[in-house]
Structures are given as C-alpha cells and as structure tokens.
Design a protein around this ligand. Sequence first.
Ligand code: HSE
Length: 421
Amino acid sequence: MRIGLLGFGTVGSAFAEVLAASGNEDVRITHVFNRGVERKRGHERAKFVATGAVWTERVEDVLEAADVDVVVELMGGLDPVEGWLRAALGAGKHVVTANKQLIAYRGAELFALAAEKGVQLLYGAAVAGGVPVIPGIAQGLSGDVITRISGIVNGTCNFILSSMEGGADYGEVLAKAQAAGYAEANPSADVDGFDARAKLCVLARLALHAEIDPEQVPAQTISTISAVDFAYAKELGCTVRQVSRAEIADGVVSASVGPMLVPKTSPIAWSRGTQNMVVTSGRFGGDVVFSGHGAGGHPTAVAVMSDVRAIAEGSVQVRLPAKKMKVVGDVVAPHYLRFVVADEPGIVAAIAGSLAKVGANIDSILQHRGFGGDRLPFVVTTEPCLSSTLKGAVAEMAAMKFMVEPPVCLQMLVVDDRDTD
Ligand code: HSE
C-alpha cells in the first residue's frame, strides 16, 4: 500500500513516525506534498519517511502518481482540499482524512463519489483525535438506535476551561494551547465553537443518521467565561465545559455547542486537558462513554494509521445512510445567568421582572460578598425553560443602565439516569 501524504505538519509528521513504529512493511509513504518542502525535509521527523520518497510542492505529483494507492490528507480546510480529494477519489485512490470541516460540510457528496468509484473514504481522525469514537459508532454501536450524543470534542477548549478551573488565566492558556499545536490556525474556530460543531455534525450523521448543516447549529463562544463563573458553578455542584450535544426525537434534531454548566457527577466534568469525551445514548444499549486524547499530533496520527490499516486489510465499512434534517437550536434546560453590574438598589427586582415577563422561573440567586460595588458579579439560575424564551429577557437586561458587561447565559446540563432494561 503506497501512501501519498498531503501535509507534513504536526499530524502529518507524527503519522510518519507512527507508521514507521508500526513495523508494517506493506505500507509506505511514497510522496509527501507540502509548501516549503526543503524546510520540511529538514524536519526532525523527516527521517521516518522512507528514502526515495518524492517530496513535492505540486499537489498533482501526488494526485496523478500511479504509485499512490491512498491519499492521506492532513492539511485541513475546505478549499482547495475538497478539489484535491475529489480528484484523488475520481482517480480511484482511497482517501484517509482528518478534515472535520470537509466531512461535515461536503461529506455526503464525497461519500457518494467514493462509493461510485469503489474506493474508501475514511475519517476516523476527524473527531476526537485518538479516541475511536467514529469506528466505535460505525461498527460497535451500529446495532443500536442512538438518540443522543453529547460531550467534549474540542481539546483546546477543554484545555482552557479545565485549566481555568484550576485558577489559570484564559489568555495565557490559549497561548499555551497554540504553542503546543492543539489549537486551530485561527483559534476562533476552537473558542467560538466552529470546530466542535463541525465534529458534532460528523457524529450526528453517523450516530443519529441525520445529515445536518453545521451553519444551523448555534455555537456560543467560551471567551466570555471568567474565573467567577467557576466559583459560582462550584457552589452549584458544577463546573464549566464546552459541550456539544445533538438529540433526535420525533423526527426533529436539536443541537447546540457552547460552554455549559456540567454537574460534577457527570463524566463530562471529569475531563481534563486536551481530553475529549463523547457519550452516546442508545435506546437499547444505554450510555456508552468514549474518552481519551482528542488533539495533538500523535493521538490524531494513531486514528489516521488505524484507517490506513483498515484499508490495507480490505475491511468493509457498515453503511449507515443518513437523511437530511433541519436543526432546532432550542433546548429545554435550566439556565445560568451571570451578571456584572454597577451596584445600586433595585437590580434584582429589575432582573426578576424581565424574567417574569417571559415566564422564566427563578431557581436560585447567588451573590458572593467582597466584590467592589462598581463591578459586582452575581448569578441567577432558572428552572428548566426554552433557551429561546430567555433570549428576549437577556437582550432587555443587557440594555439596563447598571449592566457593566453583557450578561452571560449558559445552559445547565442535567444528568439523567435514564436506564435500560
Ligand atoms: N483544534 C482541535 C482541538 C484539534 O483543539 O480539538 C483537533 O481537531
């Protein structure tokens, strides 16, 4: 099996190392495509690429090579990569990719093309890096009817939030994640939820058999979360994590991505560092938890290598056809509202008035002593209600004259102990 590797960055170079360590002599890299190829040849992991391999800055050298059976794409992004992979599939080459955006947005067409050409398109590294959630769902859980997936699929956000839980500063940890190579080239893709929602859509296609448009999934940023949220969350028996969740009920998919309050009793709260965690809920098999390293070169390279091996062994994929479905971003959940105000009498009354107007019922009000009056943080939690119900109230409250910064409104995850027979 001869591999044409597109991209010799963090994951590409780690893949070369993992392949070399496998001792599998039937699989070898014959071509490497990258910009600045001379610099890449000097990379400390270039020694893991067989001597005699072609290093090139012309992608056609790989796509048109007769001695490439599998194109392994580890560059990311939609354009120009989509065209390259279409060309590879069209030329009868198998494709292995870690490209979540491409599989989320263009997967349906690409799978159809692969099927038409009788080749495989595998993407186990696209979600949760080294955690085999994709083959786990495709093979191990294809016998169940999965109704919900939830969890943590962005390592950078988990690294940031779990470090903040331990007292670290947002900006400093983000810089560390970037230096370590976990973060996307543009960290907004991580912190604003776009990376996670692409991954959620990839999982929804596989687990819920629902083809959903990532653009329809509401994504909320984690950049508004501050130390005070962890302090109040702790008081509520919770912590804060970026959670991605999708559920199908009565033919409707509800999905969202964003920072949520997670009870300390939920496995999702136990994830630390770049760990990813996906919980699938099946009608017959109940909950299954997948967890491990979700970002970084070596863990992701393991998933890529596993796909390459599957192709080399001629393994057959279970077909799980998906239907196009619309997404409802709204969910019924208790909500956490955090305000920072310039203190004056009547603030609680004004906020309570806004919530009463939309029919949201207050569950608790938390206010720690000892903050200065010009930046006083406090928290209100609500009984379960539709997120959309709160939208109007939050907009009204944001405009109140004592509000120092926009209110932060987070869903609170409820641990349900739905059991199977
Ligand atoms: N930026 C991604 C993350 C890399 O932090 O999870 C893996 O997809």
